[in-house]
Design a protein around this ligand. Sequence first.
Ligand SMILES: *[C@@H]1O[C@H](CO)[C@@H](O)[C@H](O)[C@H]1NC(C)=O
Ligand SMILES: *[C@@H]1O[C@H](CO)[C@@H](O)[C@H](O)[C@H]1NC(C)=O
Length: 236
Amino acid sequence: MAIRQSWGKPRTIRKQNVVAFFLLGSTVTLQHEDQANLVDEHNKYNDIIQKDFIDVYFNLTLKTLMGLEWIQYFCPETTFVMKTDTDMFVNTIYLVDLLLQKKVTANFFTGFLKLNDSPIRNPKSKWYISKLEYPYDKYPPFCSGTGYVFSADVALKIMNVTSSVPFFKLEDVYVGLCLDKLKIPPQELHNKQTFFPVVVPFSVCKYRNIVTSHRVQPNNILLYWEAVERSENQEC
Ligand SMILES: *[C@@H]1O[C@H](CO)[C@@H](O)[C@H](O)[C@H]1NC(C)=O
Ligand SMILES: *[C@@H]1O[C@H](CO)[C@@H](O)[C@H](O)[C@H]1NC(C)=O
């Protein structure tokens, strides 16, 4: 609800329509009550996309692909797509500004760049990857799954190569593997850092000039958004 009432609220920014959708799988136990509530919520807000995979962390790749598939079928007129998480503050106003300034509309992929990451081989880590899952020492360039943005053609192009890129449970790396195959290298959106995969301490001027901040509580998503919106005509 905090996202619906803040950065995810359908609005027009610099004449560009911005909308948000929520991607869901199904519960492990397939509780009918949960599903009925979800359908009610969708009927009310019309913003839920759902498919029949179990919604757990290591199915995030399936969730992301569901989103891309949805774009391909139901959103062919869009120019840009962002994939982000629910614990994120997203400054959609600044994002639209930067995308308009950038003036690229094809073969574009951006976010918090990870250009030299290696698989974590410590079995105790949440992100442990065995040599069987991924034999190489380096991942191809990718963007942190906390928030990345791409031109809509890239969604179609990724869908086009998924059948030849084997499933990999880390969603952001999987997208990187597809981009590598497509020879679309992730690039910076701006000459200053704007995507933060960590929490950025709040100040109005800081938040007006970033695209993402991570681990932001729902009440703070609302507060920060209101502060940013209210300050639009103010000097920083
Ligand atoms: C992901 O979803 C599929 C389809 O529901 C399920 O078979 C699989 O066990 C899930 N993966 C995990 C890691 O739970
Ligand atoms: C999908 O792949 C086919 C075969 O490689 C190619 O002809 C087609 O142009 C691709 N479509 C997109 C949208 O990239």
